[in-house]
Design a protein around this ligand. Sequence first.
Ligand SMILES: [Zn+2]
Ligand SMILES: [Zn+2]
Length: 161
Amino acid sequence: MPIRPENKDRYPDDWPTLTRAAKEAANWRCACTGQCGRGTHPGRCPNRHGQPAYGTGTTVVLTTAHLNHQPEDVRPDNLVVMCQGCHLHHDRAHHRVTAALTRAAGRAAAGQLALEAVADLAVPREPVLPPAAPAAPAPVCGEPLPFFTNSNSTQSPEAHP
Ligand SMILES: [Zn+2]
Ligand SMILES: [Zn+2]
């Protein structure tokens, strides 16, 4: 797997040594036992470095995959030597999850915005004040505003002369 330029700094300096040692420890055979998720090899993947890959016949190039997709995490139990087929599938599954999480976060953000918009509508933009001197008859559009109280609250507006 070529290291993407934006991730280059995330690999330790001794990555070439680490990945070579991992391949040697795996006897230059793909060490995937299903972590790739492609489900086409029962048990350990049979692909060997430099040999034709099962299924496609393309030459196997072993790579070292990070199970948690964090390039800086080079603990042995995070590293699995994989053929390009397994590695690609492993990464693709990761990208699907990442994309799904991104979509979910987007929906959550949209829902949050929708809630905020509703809250915005529910709150009057200007405070509604009762008329200072309700001498005139109630305005045609106006219902009585029972929620507002003032010093005259014992008197209803209709009782005014
Ligand atoms: Zn494989
Ligand atoms: Zn695999």
